[in-house]
Design a binder for this molecule. Structure first.
Ligand code: SAM
Ligand code: SF4
Length: 325
């Protein structure tokens, strides 16, 4: 599936639910209403759309949310997606809260690896950022994911001024102890939190210079595929890696190969633009596979060149938990 700019869109991020067991300050308001179940794709509907995407060349799937571990039948969904012949890479982004009990089953069902969101190692700060979370649950989840072989393990750190920017060096130290990749993500202005995000954003350049002030220059890791938004680096001698996802200060739109399927069945063409194409309504109205293939391929062709943050175009229709990151 190619877009009009020649980008091969082979990576689909599927949001399994808009609901979450946390309320991170940069993601959604504490008082949130989730969509009624009937508005969300059933397992069958989701699998139909994922299979159509795979038939158009998607070979990489990331499950996300809201919080994907809240989705009922998650293990059987994973089994079904794993069984689609084209899919060579199946991963999940999670807050890790429920992983302790689920990691082994998810791995057995066919999940390859996980990215776990963890912004701080300080229990009080963790609670302040997530509003509802307890740090020890995530740490146990990380241990379980490693034990289950959901590797390589990546840790997503959203750097938020006044919340965890003072701790980026401590987070980098994790890569000296573990073979994890710690990825620092710039705060993105999405939906209701856009003003907060604009004020609290910390650029990757600032994060990197704090880390280099503590450890010296980072080394480039050579096995970079060019499509991952986080070019990997390393503290000299460390087993783990460090990445910077600079969506705001240094957009990587030219190399973007992604499409997103929201839990309510819309194909979202760019994380940071509101353009979406409804797939669920035609599916429910009885559109056949060929028609859906055509709708999907035509939508993909129209993927915008890039986001418009520099021109103050911000996505407003959804909060991040409804898109999945
Ligand atoms: N609930 C799961 C989790 O937290 O990992 C998956 C969904 S969450 C929306 C996916 C990723 O987006 C997480 O790593 C989260 O930290 C990140 N995220 C949420 N809001 C963000 C924002 N405004 N800017 C940048 N990243 C954000
Ligand atoms: Fe939930 Fe993930 Fe959003 Fe935090 S970032 S509120 S864990 S969806």
């Amino acid at each position: 599936m190619y877009d009009q700019y020649g980008r091969n869109l082979h990576y689909l991020r599927v949001s399994l639910t808009d609901a979450c067991n946390l309320r991170c300050v940069y993601c959604m308001p504490e008082e949130t209403k989730f969509q009624p179940r009937w508005k969300l794709m059933s397992d069958k509907e989701m699998l139909t759309l994922v299979k159509i995407a795979a038939s158009l060349g998607v070979d990489k799937i990331r499950l996300t949310g809201g919080e994907p571990t809240l989705r009922q039948n998650l293990t059987s969904l994973i089994q079904e997606i794993r069984a689609i012949p084209n899919i060579r890479d199946l991963s999940m982004t999670t807050n890790g809260i429920l992983l302790e009990e689920m990691a082994a089953d998810l791995q057995q069902a066919g999940l390859d690896r996980v990215n776990i969101s963890l912004d701080t190692l300080d229990p009080e700060r963790y609670h302040a950022i997530t509003r509802w979370g307890h740090l020890e649950d995530v740490l146990r989840g990380i241990t379980a994911a490693e034990k289950a072989g959901l590797l390589p393990l990546k840790i997503n750190v959203v750097v938020t001024r006044g919340f965890n920017d003072q701790e980026v060096v401590e987070m980098a130290r994790l890569t000296q102890e573990h073979e994890w990749e710690v990825r620092y993500i710039e705060l993105m202005p999405v939906g209701d939190i856009a003003d907060f995000a604009t004020e609290a954003v910390v650029t990757s350049a600032e994060t990197r210079s704090r880390i280099e002030a503590a450890f010296g220059p980072l080394e480039r890791v050579e096995d970079y595929n060019g499509h991952d938004p986080a070019r990997p680096y390393r503290i000299p001698g460390a087993p783990g890696k460090i990445g910077f996802i600079s969506s705001v200060s240094q957009p990587f739109c030219a190399g973007c190969t992604r499409l997103r399927l929201t839990a309510d069945g819309k194909l979202r063409l760019c994380l940071l633009r509101d353009d979406e194409v409804d797939l669920l309504t035609p599916l429910r109205k009885g559109a056949n596979r060929e028609t859906l293939r055509k709708i999907m391929a035509e939508a993909a062709w129209r993927k915008p060149w890039g986001h418009g943050l520099a021109e103050a175009v911000r996505p407003q229709q959804r909060v991040m938990s409804q898109i999945g990151g």
